[in-house]
Ligand binder design. Sequence first.
Ligand code: NAD
Length: 489
Amino acid sequence: MKDLKQYMNGKWIESSNLEKIEIINPATREVIARAPKGSREETEEAIKIAKRTFESGRWSDQSPQERAVVLLQIADILQENMDVLTDLEVQNNGKTKREAQSDAEEAANTFRYYAGLLTMPNGQAYEASKDMQTLIVKEPMGVAGLIVPWNFPLLMSVWKIAPALAAGNSILLKPAEITPMTAVKLFELIDQTDLPKGAANLVMGTGPVVGQTIAESEDVDMVSFTGSTGVGRQIMQAATGNMKKVSLELGGKSPNIIFDDADLETAIDYALFGIFMGSGQVCSSGSRILVQEEIYDTFVEKYVEKAKGIRVGPGNDERSQMGAIVSEKHFESILDYIRIGKEEGATLALGGHRMEKDGLDKGLFIEPTVFTHVTSDMRIVREEIFGPVVTIQKFKDEEEAIKIANDSEYGLAGAVFSKDQNKAIRVIKKVRAGITWVNAYHLTTIQAPWGGYKQSGIGRSLGTYGLDEYQEIKQININLDPKPIHWFE
Ligand code: NAD
């Protein structure tokens, strides 16, 4: 069994804390590795290394072109190791091979994208007056602390690492304590490239110790966090000490609005993909399906029929279409929400149980679960369950659809299905969310900014906005005709 080590200053280091975290394969509940439970002191040490490296200019002073070369090396080495990364993600997170492979491909593409962006102009020039030229330049922040969740362990790390390094920062990554496997592999691969040692560091451990230390540290210039809204709030508070910049990608409870004039087959297909991809453990999941009353019964009947056919099983079995739930704790929390839904009086139209047949009792599998006849005040409609559980709610008209869609503290994603393009665009523009679709779900591109409204976060990942998150902006005013202005004469 592999004993994982921390990675600092280009070296693999034994944690000073001898206590370990057992890393479990959720499809079998077997222990696959032991990870360090990093201490406050070693987190501080990693932050110091990142700071020293930043100040040395070994990475931050390289030209954009030089940095782009290194990012492309990382992309290439990820590409060469696609299968290893895919298998590790399947083993550690429980997702299917198809899902893990798509994450690994997007990870390599993200490095390529930011390498390309580095070759584009990245600033502005103004002529303030005849004798005054103003330049707007962008500079790295310094040390970026990156804290990621367990649902896309590799991809969420890369969405942060690629732009943070592209901008010239030094970084410190903290993976979720239960899913460090692909992060460790990623750093093993980065170690083989020309990235200067100390520019990228990895510290594993718990949120309250390693995460909190990063958020509080006066030597960290920005913290970029993806995870739950509750922890996001704690990070914001911890960051006040040195007023570090905070970038937050948080939870969601996203509406998927289906009008009676939608292409029913397409709407059902995407509404299934929208919630059951990743076993519903996806921040942007369409966990609230809203269906117009005229087609409600037909939609529910056909939707449930199709959902019944989803093959649930271990991610490494090519036949599996939906994988395991990431951990015992999260598994219990989802089953708890299913119990709450029943108690609240929602109709359980499908699923609702753990899966035990065909050897699935060894792992953490839950049936695709559908609740119908729900109301906006129910906890299963308001709270992020983060599992394969969807609610289907009825609406009368456009106005009511928008009202229900926006009746949430979250504002991450949303979709509208209708053949009437004017109506679809009218409605999607009223949905208070950062990531939206018309007649589709979950399909996005690295070029487009990713993030939420309301309590779904602050800031954006990906695209040019994603690079801006990791940069300071400076104005340089240049006097072209230097002579005294005699203000005090
Ligand atoms: P989480 O908030 O429990 O943990 C996320 C990370 O924060 C982990 O690395 C954890 O160790 C760390 N952490 C925990 N307590 C901390 C503290 N006090 N200080 C600093 N760090 C701390 O989230 P999770 O359960 O791992 O992931 C699921 C959540 O992530 C869901 O709410 C989901 O919606 C959200 N998510 C959002 C996006 C997005 O792009 N908006 C993407 C993926 C996941």
